[in-house]
Ligand binder design. Structure first.
Ligand SMILES: *[C@@H]1O[C@H](CO)[C@@H](O)[C@H](O)[C@H]1NC(C)=O
Ligand SMILES: *[C@@H]1O[C@H](CO)[C@@H](O)[C@H](O)[C@H]1NC(C)=O
Ligand SMILES: *[C@@H]1O[C@H](CO)[C@@H](O)[C@H](O)[C@H]1NC(C)=O
Ligand SMILES: *[C@@H]1O[C@H](CO)[C@@H](O)[C@H](O)[C@H]1NC(C)=O
Ligand SMILES: *[C@@H]1O[C@H](CO)[C@@H](O)[C@H](O)[C@H]1NC(C)=O
Ligand SMILES: *[C@@H]1O[C@H](CO)[C@@H](O)[C@H](O)[C@H]1NC(C)=O
Ligand SMILES: *[C@@H]1O[C@H](CO)[C@@H](O)[C@H](O)[C@H]1NC(C)=O
Ligand SMILES: *[C@@H]1O[C@H](CO)[C@@H](O)[C@H](O)[C@H]1NC(C)=O
Ligand SMILES: *[C@@H]1O[C@H](CO)[C@@H](O)[C@H](O)[C@H]1NC(C)=O
Ligand SMILES: *[C@@H]1O[C@H](CO)[C@@H](O)[C@H](O)[C@H]1NC(C)=O
Length: 529
């Protein structure tokens, strides 16, 4: 076997290419020549040795990278198109040359980015063979360039790739390449992602339930058809009320709400752990003067209070019925209610959260010259309905029936920061509750953990469960279901002066982290209730 490869490649190429000590397989396109799937036409396969480095996006809930290692990998780039779709997908596969741990990992993306080659480093540092995909569009490409096939027309092939299809391909191609390189199949397959990556993990469990043995899904962008339009609600409201709040005003409301509600959970730590107890009323700030900088102040108006109240409530239809959730009181408002002001509180212009504006402009209006500031309340409500009608089955990712995943023996851990300023915590809770109603024994294979005070995917002053992957592996391979997830709060900036490093064990829903007394920086001072 080895000698025939040597013969085919020629001696000099052999000397400069990798011959894995474990496997005898050469890292060259020939090794992977038969890589394909019935649904695709492979356009090119590139395979070469590379050193994975620490070029990772730090914002995903991925395998913790302790050191800036150098791990030699066989790096594959597979370009393909789906038969009859006229799409163009790139999938990256990284196979550690030495010390493969026998496992395979699919790595997720964030925002419009399906995945990146860089993120594979995190997995290969942990010994995993790993794969990720660009989902049919380059990460730097404008949404217009891949979302529309022409003005007025959605590129449905690219939308299907982004939603689901390329994820299934990536798992199949990645596993097949793993087997070709090591000469034996992987023992366990894991998914690891946060945000869009968390949605992708849920998509795998819902639609491709046999691909992954274990799925780690942080801050999941599930309920996409509803929550993405909801992210635009704060911007539409600014235009509807003709009121453009400064960050200074918005932060004043957030801080005031935290002052009022923080202690209701028993600990004064600027974290609202039991949001249901918070009855803060924004009108209580009306008339107060807020210091925005050393020489600038702003007086809070009734309109400001009305605005913030509506943002916290979330989108409502004309009858006053709620269409989706709002942000938690301790979540930063300025991500979705962004403005750009010339002075701390003067001449503010709206700055929509980009993904929510893209969704309105490209996927709903399908008009790349539309100014999203022109979207009226009536059009917004129409777009909301359109989003659900046209996209729920494609990218909603909220099918609560996980029977097939259960039967396949899969395990899934989801977690969500309770002060996430981008993806509404309550949407994930809502999904989990529905799944629990369908199958009361859901905890046997799918557990959800609320992370008080944690921001989107990580950060914030709250508890980030950075070692969840270890808990997942232990569940899949040892059968040890995690009742709690170890989490650490590492306050930064001004917070770090006031708060120590804290540890807590996050609770499996429907239980929540509950303070029972003692040093609030110690996990033993909390229980699950
Ligand atoms: C990877 O790094 C090692 C150690 O620095 C080096 O010997 C090797 O040549 C590098 N491999 C590649 C493909 O660059
Ligand atoms: C890791 O190493 C690479 C290559 O030496 C370097 O460019 C990068 O800055 C390092 N990253 C960190 C976080 O140390
Ligand atoms: C796919 O994209 C690559 C790189 O941009 C290009 O070389 C190739 O021609 C494209 N293939 C198809 C079928 O569009
Ligand atoms: C594969 O596609 C990528 C774009 O995703 C491109 O950079 C690369 O050149 C393509 N490879 C080949 C061999 O066409
Ligand atoms: C959101 O979830 C939290 C935690 O379960 C709960 O206390 C709160 O009432 C929920 N908010 C809404 C609007 O459902
Ligand atoms: C908030 O306070 C105002 C003024 O006291 C009152 O009119 C309003 O009903 C209150 N809102 C809620 C939700 O309690
Ligand atoms: C406030 O102070 C800054 C810096 O000292 C100065 O640039 C700015 O013009 C002042 N603004 C007002 C409204 O006085
Ligand atoms: C904010 O406004 C200034 C002045 O108009 C402009 O130069 C800057 O690019 C804007 N920033 C953003 C993030 O839009
Ligand atoms: C797209 O939006 C622009 C700017 O609002 C508008 O002038 C144009 O009529 C719209 N195109 C279509 C096809 O609706
Ligand atoms: C399985 O359990 C054993 C014994 O507790 C432990 O040493 C090992 O690390 C666990 N395996 C995994 C994959 O977590």
């Amino acid at each position: 076997m080895v000698s025939s490869y040597v013969y085919l490649l020629g001696l000099s190429q052999f000397l400069t290419s990798a011959l894995s000590a474990n496997t005898g397989r050469v890292c060259a396109p020939e090794t992977f020549a038969s890589l394909s799937l019935p649904s695709i036409d492979v356009l090119s396969i590139d395979a070469k040795l590379n050193n994975a480095s620490f070029d990772v996006d730090d914002s995903t809930n991925a395998y913790p990278v302790a050191t800036n290692k150098t791990v030699e990998v066989c790096q594959l780039t597979v370009n393909y198109t789906h038969l009859g779709w006229n799409d163009n997908v790139t999938t990256w596969i990284s196979l550690p040359v030495d010390n493969w741990n026998g496992r395979f990992m699919g790595m997720g993306g964030g925002g419009w980015i399906m995945g990146t080659r860089g993120r594979l480093s995190q997995a290969v540092f942990g010994g995993y063979a790993a794969a990720s995909t660009n989902g049919g569009h380059d990460e730097a490409a404008t949404v217009k360039s891949w979302g529309l096939s022409s003005e007025g027309n959605v590129n449905w092939a690219n939308m299907q790739d982004f939603s689901a299809v390329s994820l299934d391909d990536t798992a199949s191609l990645g596993k097949a390449a793993t087997k070709m390189f090591y000469g034996k199949p992987h023992k366990y397959a894991y998914w690891n992602g946060c945000s869009t990556g968390g949605r992708q993990g849920h998509m795998m469990a819902q639609r491709y339930p046999t691909q992954y043995d274990g799925i780690l899904a942080g801050s999941p962008a599930i309920n996409w058809d509803k929550f993405i339009p909801s992210e635009f609600w704060p911007q539409m409201l600014m235009n509807a009320l003709d009121y453009y709040p400064s960050a200074c005003e918005l932060n004043a409301f957030t801080e005031h709400a935290i002052d009022e509600c923080d202690a209701l959970d028993g600990v004064k730590d600027r974290i609202i752990s039991v949001p249901g107890l918070c009855k803060y009323n924004a009108t209580s700030l009306v008339g107060k003067t807020v210091q925005c900088s050393s020489n600038s102040t702003v007086k809070i108006t009734p309109k400001a209070a009305k605005y913030v109240t509506l943002v916290w409530a979330g989108p409502q239809d004309p009858s006053g019925s709620s269409l989706w959730y709002g942000l938690s009181h301790d979540a930063t408002l300025t991500r979705l209610a962004g403005t750009n002001c010339t002075l701390p509180s003067k001449n503010c212009q709206p700055i929509p959260f980009q993904i929510s504006a893209d969704w309105q402009q490209i996927f709903l209006a399908r008009n790349s010259s539309l100014d999203v500031a022109d979207i009226t309340y009536t059009e917004y409500i129409r777009h909301f309905r359109q989003s659900v009608n046209e996209y729920s089955s494609i990218i909603g990712t909220r099918d609560p029936d996980l029977t097939d995943f259960k039967q396949a023996g899969g395990k899934m851990i989801a977690w969500h920061g309770m002060k996430d300023p981008l993806i509404f915590f309550n949407g994930t809770e809502n999904y989990y509750r529905q799944a629990m109603e369908i199958d009361p024994s859901i905890q046997d294979y799918y557990r959800f953990f609320a992370a008080p005070g944690a921001d989107h995917c990580k950060g914030g002053i709250g508890f980030y469960p950075g070692s969840s992957l270890d808990s997942l592996v232990n569940w899949v391979e040892n059968g040890t279901a995690p009742d709690t997830l170890r989490a650490i709060a590492t306050p930064t900036g001004t917070d770090s002066a006031k708060l120590p490093l804290r540890t807590a064990d996050l609770c499996a829903y429907p239980k929540f982290l509950t303070y029972v007394g003692g040093d609030a920086s110690k996990a033993s001072s909390f229980t699950c209730k």
